[in-house]
Design a binder for this molecule. Sequence first.
Ligand code: ACO
Ligand code: PYR
Length: 539
Amino acid sequence: MTERLYLYDTTLRDGQQTQGVQFSVAEKIQIAKALDALGVDYIEGGWPGANPTDSDFFQAKPQTRAVFTAFGMTKRAGRSAENDDVLAAVMNAGTPAVCLVGKTHDFHVTTALGVSLEDNLDAIRDSVAHMVAKGREALFDAEHFFDGWKANRGYALDCLRAAQAAGARWIVLCDTNGGTLPAEIFAIVSEVIAAGIPGERLGIHCHDDTGNAVACSLAAVDAGARQIQGTLNGLGERCGNASLTTLIPTLLLKEPYRSRFVTNVAAETLPQMVRISRRLDDILNRVPLRSSPYVGSSAFAHKAGLHASAILKDPATYEHIPPEAVGNARVIPMSNQAGQSNLRARLAEAGIEVAPGDPRLSRILEVVKEREDQGYAYDGAQASFELLARRELGLLPEFFEVKRYRVIVERRRNRYDEMVSVSEAVVVVKIGGRKVLSVSESFDGDSADRGPVNALSRALGKDLGPYQASIDDMRLVDFKVRITQGGTDAITRVIIDSEDGQGNRWSTVGVSANLIDASFTALLDAITWKLIRDGVRGI
Ligand SMILES: CC(=O)SCCNC(=O)CCNC(=O)[C@H](O)C(C)(C)COP(=O)(O)OP(=O)(O)OC[C@H]1O[C@@H](n2cnc3c(N)ncnc32)[C@H](O)[C@@H]1OP(=O)(O)O
Ligand SMILES: CC(=O)C(=O)O
C-alpha cells in the first residue's frame, strides 16, 4: 500500500536567505505559481512583517492549490502570544497555515534567547496554541533539533511534546547547522518516533553543509517522517537546503520511494523539471549549475569515448534514467576524451553524415586533441567544434575575410566632468571583391563603457553586406575568460555565448596569448556558425 508523502517548499523563505538572493514581489508571485503547477503541498511565502517585500507579497499572493504558509518565530519571553507584535504580523497575513520556528537545543535557549528552559517550553506551547485557536494549521520548526538531541535529548523531546500537545499538525525536525549525517538522522528520527511522536506528524528540514541534505531527507523518510522541506535548485542559507529539484525526481522515479509513496506531484509534471529549474536561475540571473542532478546540462553529457560508444548502442549503458523523463537532453560533446563515436554522434546532430572508418574522422579527432592541448576546450563550445569539423571535411563555405581590426580604450571626461572609459573598435573585412570598414563605440555618451569586446562585436556585426539580415538578431549573452596557464606564457581562453531572435543559443571558443584576439576568434566563429545554421551561401 502506498503512503502519502508531503512536500513543503521554502524557496521563498529559506531560499531568500541565500547570500546574493533578493526576490521582488513580482518574482515571488512567478515562483509561487511555478511551485503550485509543480504540485508541492505547501508554499512558505516568507516572513510577513520582517521586511516590506514579504509583507507586500502576502497581500498580493496568488491563489494556489498548495497551502499557503506564513513563517515566523515563537513569541518572545515576557509577553503572551496574543500580545507579541512580531507574531501578530505573521498571523495578520491570514494564511491557512503558519510555521513557527522555536528553539529545541538547550544551549540556544540559554545563550541565544537568554531565557530559562521552562520559559522556552511555555513560548512553544503558547505560540502553537495561539495558532490553533485562530483556526490555522500549525507547523513547528524545531530549530537545531539534531544538535539539541545530542546535547540534551530529554529537553529536545520536551520541546516537541509541547508543540504536539498544543496541537501542531506538523513538527519539523531541523538540522539547522547542516552538520548531521544521514545514518545519524535515520537513528534519531527513529528514536523520536519510538518516543511517541508519530511519523505522520514529522517533517524534516535539512541544510547542505556536508553535501548530504538530500540523503539526510531521504534517511528521515526511511525512518518514518512524512513531510520533506526543501527548495528549488537547493537555494537556502549558507550551502542551501535539500533540493526539491533533486528530491522530486528521486521520489517519483527511484525505488523504494516510487512504489511506497505518493506525492501531490503528478508523474506528467516531471518533464517540466528542467524548465522550472532554469526559470528560477533566469529570475536570479544565475548561470545554471551544469552538474545539478537530473536537471543540469551535464547530467546526461557523455564526454568519454568509451561512454559515447556504448551510449550509441544503448543509452541505458551509461544513463540511470532517460533524460526526457525530467525534460533534459542527452549530449555527446567533443573533447580530447572523445573517440569516433562521440564525433559521429556530434556530426549527425549537426546534419553531417560521415561513414564509420572515413579517414577524415581520425584527422578531425587529431585536430581537436592538438587544439585542446593549445588551450581550446570544445566540450563547452560545440559551435566552434562544428566549424572545425566542417573545415576538415571541406564543408565550410567562405563568407568573408577579416583584413584587420583594432580596439582602443580611452579614459576621458564626459559632459558631467566624470572620468569614463570609452572603447572604440575598427574592423575591416573583405566580402567578395568589396572592402568594408566598420567603426563602433561601446559607449552611448553618459553611461558606463561596455568594454572592448562589446565594441569589437558591434563593429564586426555592423555591416556584413549580404549577410546582415542573418546576423541582425544576434546578441552576445555571456562572456567567460579563463587563463589556462599562468606566468609570462599565459594563454587566455574566451568562451562566448550568443543568442538569436528565435531563442537559439550557441557557444564558441577562442584562444590566444592576447585577450582581444581570443575574443575576436570566438566572435568570428559565432557569426560564421549563425550563417551556416541559416543556410546562407558563401561567396
Ligand atoms: C533557522 C532559520 O533560518 S529561522 C529564519 C531566520 N530568518 C530571519 O532571521 C530573517 C528575518 N528576520 C528579520 O527580519 C529580523 O531578524 C526580525 C525582524 C525577525 C527580528 O529583528 P530584530 O528585532 O531586530 O532582532 P534580531 O534580528 O537582531 O535578533 C533576533 C531576536 O529574536 C530572538 N529570537 C530568535 N529566535 C527566536 C525564537 N524562536 N523565538 C523567540 N525569539 C527568538 C533573538 O533572541 C533575538 O532577540 P534579542 O534581540 O532580544 O537578542
Ligand atoms: C527553520 C530553519 O530554517 C532551520 O532551522 O534551518
